[in-house]
Design a protein around this ligand. Structure first.
Ligand code: AHM
Ligand code: MG
Length: 335
């Protein structure tokens, strides 16, 4: 079956036709992400073997320190991008500040910066539930050759060149967009090759799944409380189904296939929400819009928010167009 499916490598090369003059820099960058994803996948798949290999954070039977998987994933993605000198800067959810990348002569002729959440939802690892890597790519706004600056990373999401995620689930998939739709590639672990398995993902415009941590209900804004009551009402095609994995990539991935809405709102305990604009919301919002979905902070488009800091948090409403629009209707009653 796989013989007539494009591999991710082939697809990336084929996709170069969208760009008038191409240096191959972007393709090499995506290939680096693909490589790091395979390395992390290999380690995540062994997570259940803690009794044999030694628990993360402890020392294993050979006397080697076992890194926590989120730290490990961060190291792999950072080192892959830095050592290959494929970008001019990287920022990670795991690190306080961005990293400037310079070649051996101190300069760097690359034009892209990457923002990454190396292992999102990592609290799910111990219970064998899917986790993911989320990435976001921009062209730098400062001149090529100079060290990158904060403003290269603080660009609104509508400037993204590409974004994607890897979901380490029952299968491992890499899903990405470079502004020409969203395509999904499944890893054949025996061959170590990603194959195009889900061409042109599209959110159904209507859905019947809502995903939210309802345990925080008492802390939610009134608009969200009212929307949840609407979802649970017995009327028309409702009540909807509640599905919450607590792993953004997995909840998003399911909702994109089946139709649904993911919400992480503000609350009294998290007045700005929990999710990070640059590492989580912007890339997922770009993917959502490219797949016929939408993403909002409850009042407006996520991709139009002007970031002010690297680790900024925002409320997040994302998924099927009509569901997000309905949630916004409820939010608008409490501006
Ligand atoms: P993390 O970046 O610390 O892993 O947190 C992000 C995760 C998302 O994947 C998930 O949707 C959300 O946090 C779950 O949060 P909660 O446990 O509060 O529902
Ligand atoms: Mg995260």
């Amino acid at each position: 079956m796989e013989n007539n499916k494009a591999t991710l490598g082939e697809f990336i090369i084929e996709n170069q036709k969208h760009y008038k003059s191409t240096t191959g820099e972007f393709s090499r960058l995506l290939s680096s992400i693909k490589l790091a994803a395979k390395i992390v996948n290999h380690e995540v798949n062994k997570a259940g073997l803690v009794d044999i290999m030694g628990a993360a954070g402890a020392t294993n039977i050979q006397g080697e320190d076992q890194q926590k998987l989120d730290v490990y994933a961060n190291d792999v993605f950072m080192k892959t991008l830095i050592n290959r000198e494929i970008v001019c800067g990287v920022a990670s959810e795991e690190e306080d500040d961005f990293v400037t990348i310079c070649g051996k002569d101190g300069s760097n002729q690359n034009k892209y910066v990457v923002l990454i959440d190396p292992l999102d939802g990592s609290s799910n690892i111990d219970v064998n539930v899917s986790v993911g890597t989320i990435f976001s790519i921009y062209k730098r706004v400062t001149p090529i050759g100079a060290p990158v600056e904060l403003k290269d990373f603080l660009q609104p999401g509508n400037q993204q060149v590409a974004a994607g995620y890897v979901v380490y689930g029952t299968s491992t998939m890499l899903v990405y967009t470079s502004g020409y739709g969203v395509n999904g590639f499944t890893l054949n672990p025996a061959l170590g090759t990603f194959y195009l398995s889900h061409p042109e993902f599209r959110f159904p415009e209507n859905g019947k799944i809502y995903s939210i941590n309802e345990g925080n209900y008492v802390h939610f804004p009134q608009g969200v409380k009212d929307y949840l009551k609407y979802c649970q009402e017995e009327k028309e095609d409702r009540p909807y189904t509640s599905r919450y994995i607590g792993s953004l990539v997995s909840d998003f991935h399911r909702n994109m296939i089946k139709g649904g809405i993911y919400i992480y709102p503000t609350s009294f305990i998290g007045p700005k929400g929990k999710l990070r604009l640059l590492y989580e919301c912007n890339p997922m919002a770009f993917l959502a819009e490219q797949a016929n979905g939408t993403a909002s902070d409850g009042y407006g488009r996520i991709l139009d928010i002007e970031p002010t800091e690297l680790h900024q948090r925002v409320p997040f409403f994302c998924g099927s167009k009509n569901m997000v629009a309905k949630a916004e209707e409820f939010m608008a009653k409490y501006p």
